[in-house]
Design a protein around this ligand. Structure first.
Ligand SMILES: Cc1cc2nc3c(=O)[nH]c(=O)nc-3n(C[C@H](O)[C@H](O)[C@H](O)COP(=O)(O)OP(=O)(O)OC[C@H]3O[C@@H](n4cnc5c(N)ncnc54)[C@H](O)[C@@H]3O)c2cc1C
Length: 430
């Protein structure tokens, strides 16, 4: 590995030590230009495209993304709560272009594994040696009667950030004091397990300041959720949870939280025990892999993409790798940090393969912050390793914010949450 390449490589973080141990040469030999086509320019796809170029500048990398820019889901709940602007979660692709990534704005309609070809809506075709697919999640629109993609324009899910975030924010601003906001989280597995409860906290904070007679009802098909005790403790401290005057009511699955249908005209949700009327309704539908993963034959019966954990190559279609939320990478959750760290492992495995080396032995990290109120955040951190064909949690690694409230520690967590956001967005798009 020459000096320049080694320096670049040392900047990578996350998977660097494992990758370095494999010692693969970084430049393609014999002047052959290898082509990688990346489908989806979100957190997984953008990271993979950038890091392929950093690891081996001889690779021709094309990133095909439907939109001209990207809004991060992370911190979009702060936009809903009025604590940050939508512009602050907006990112462009010029940073990737500066790394030599060929960014194409188009919708991918087909991936043909036998021809190794990606086809787009505008009629463009892209041949590949390797294809990386990171299309995020799609929604199961048939799961809740009366709720589909068209209705979501009025009753937003806001589970893909951007225009959906704006709609929900405007509805919260327009709601009368004394109104009811209904949040309906999905069943597992879904994108970012703690985010519906982070959202409830951020909205509660906004209502407490601006519309204090209002209520939030969470209709949840689950009986527990991520960081459960920490959220409930925070809701007690800030929003009167558990008292007659609580701003937040959480109805779990066993208590009737499973929703069956929505009547938009009357703004009523029929849950399995009773019906609930909302002034603002936020339904987050059940999820599955992004649409293109189904077309390309990458999905299993549950609607997610099985992969080999060393390379993230599909176990169903050779030469196609799946990363991000669409991939089946349990016990890792579906999250942005996981999409980022798995993208690096995937890129390193592809570069190793192109250069005749073995894929580095990976490890992954996930840290996930949630906010109870401004200046009071909590986190969960886990390190994962590869062992005998599986992903395992490294025993004794990471941890959860202690339940016992410590104001200084919580304030630090809130600072860490914001610096995490700044760092990861710079890493992905910078
Ligand atoms: C409210 C909320 C808060 C969150 N907070 C956090 C957090 O604090 N920490 C964290 O780690 N994670 C968080 N997440 C999760 C994180 O946003 C996702 O896990 C992450 O974005 C997944 O990356 P991805 O690449 O799989 O998908 P995405 O980032 O969604 O990217 C997919 C991209 O593919 C494009 N695409 C899809 N299909 C096609 C096609 N056929 N042709 C062209 N382009 C296509 C889409 O336009 C999109 O840009 C949060 C999520 C939500 C909803």
């Amino acid at each position: 590995m020459n000096l320049l390449t080694r320096r670049r490589f040392l900047r990578f973080g996350g998977m660097a030590s494992a990758a370095l141990a494999s010692g693969f040469a970084s430049f393609a030999i014999g002047g052959v230009k290898r082509k990688v086509v990346v489908v989806g320019g979100g957190i997984g796809g953008a990271t993979a495209a950038k890091y392929l170029r950093l690891m081996d500048p001889s690779i021709e990398v094309t990133l095909i993304e439907a939109n001209k820019d990207y809004y991060t889901c992370f911190m979009s709940n702060e936009v809903l709560g009025g604590e940050r602007s939508i512009d602050s979660i907006h990112f462009e692709y010029s940073g990737l272009e500066a790394h030599g990534v060929n960014v194409v704005q188009d919708w991918v309609t087909a991936i043909e594994p036998d021809k190794r070809m990606v086809r787009t809506q505008s009629g463009q075709n892209f041949a590949y040696d390797r294809c990386i697919v990171s299309p995020g999640v799609d929604f199961r629109w048939d799961a809740i009667e009366g709720y589909d993609a068209e209705v979501a324009k009025k009753i937003p899910h806001a589970w893909k950030a951007g225009s959906q975030t704006r709609i929900l924010r405007r509805q919260l601003q327009a709601m009368r004091d004394g109104g009811t906001v209904i949040i309906a989280p999905p069943p597992n597995p879904y994108r970012c397990p703690p985010a519906p409860y982070d959202r409830a906290s951020q909205i509660a904070h906004y209502l407490k300041r601006h519309k204090p007679r209002s209520k939030i009802i969470i209709l949840d098909p689950k009986d527990r959720f991520s960081k459960f005790d920490l959220f409930l403790d925070g809701w007690k401290r800030y929003y009167g949870y558990g008292t007659d005057n609580s701003m937040i009511t959480w109805v779990g699955g066993a208590a009737g939280g499973i929703i069956e249908s929505l009547d938009v005209k009357t703004m009523t949700i029929q849950a399995d025990v009773e019906s609930f009327r909302g002034d603002v309704i936020n339904i987050i539908p059940p999820q599955k892999a992004g649409r293109i993963a189904f077309q390309a034959g990458l999905t299993n019966e549950q609607g997610w993409c099985p992969i080999d954990y060393l390379s993230f190559e599909s176990t169903l279609q050779p030469k196609i790798h799946v990363i991000g939320d669409s991939a089946l990478a349990s016990p890792m959750p579906k999250g942005g940090y996981v999409a980022n760290t798995t993208a690096k492992v995937c890129a390193a495995a592809i570069v190793a393969d192109f250069n005749g080396s073995r894929a580095p032995r990976p490890s992954w990290i996930n840290s996930c912050y949630s906010t109870l109120a401004p200046g009071d955040a909590i986190s969960a951190v886990t390190i994962y390793a590869y062992k005998e064909g599986r992903i395992i949690k490294v025993e004794g690694s990471g941890g959860l914010t202690p339940l016992k409230f410590d104001a200084a520690m919580r304030a630090r967590e809130a600072q860490y949450a914001h610096s995490w956001f700044n760092n990861i967005t710079a890493d992905v798009f910078g």
